[in-house]
Design a protein around this ligand. Structure first.
Ligand code: AMP
Length: 111
């Protein structure tokens, strides 16, 4: 049966997606609806629904390190990393992902 999680399918290569960065635990790819000139999604290969279910602190460290490497690979030296957690915070895909946004000035606070 096909995995119902779209990001699991991307990580597994079932949905062909160019990776900006990849390692044993993490993949990064471009957001399909970019909100900035650089807009990457950095996800664990393993299915974790959100930051609230992410109890593996070593993996979270690797996810953050991968975000910096992916930003560098995409040519962004200055960028914002965002993890929307829960519907009210804007999470629409229930597979943990860090947005890496760069290539333009950012406003604060975010909406
Ligand atoms: P969030 O709203 O924080 O859950 O972010 C989910 C992000 O996934 C959105 O920015 C979508 O544009 C992005 N997205 C959804 N499907 C895909 C896909 N197949 N490839 C790349 N990005 C996607």
């Amino acid at each position: 049966m096909m995995d119902p999680c779209i990001f699991c399918q991307i990580a597994a290569g079932v949905i062909p997606t160019p990776f900006v960065y990849t390692d044993d635990d993490v993949v990064a790819f471009r957001d399909i609806q970019p909100q900035a000139p650089v807009h990457l999604l950095v996800i664990p290969r393993r299915h974790i629904a959100s930051l609230n279910e992410a109890h593996d602190e070593a993996l979270l460290g690797r996810l953050m390190a991968a975000a910096a490497k992916a930003a560098a690979a995409a040519g962004a030296a200055q960028y914002r990393v965002v993890i929307n957690t829960g519907a009210q915070a804007g999470q629409s895909v229930l597979h943990l992902h860090a947005h890496v946004l760069g290539g333009r000035a950012m406003a604060w606070p975010p909406g």
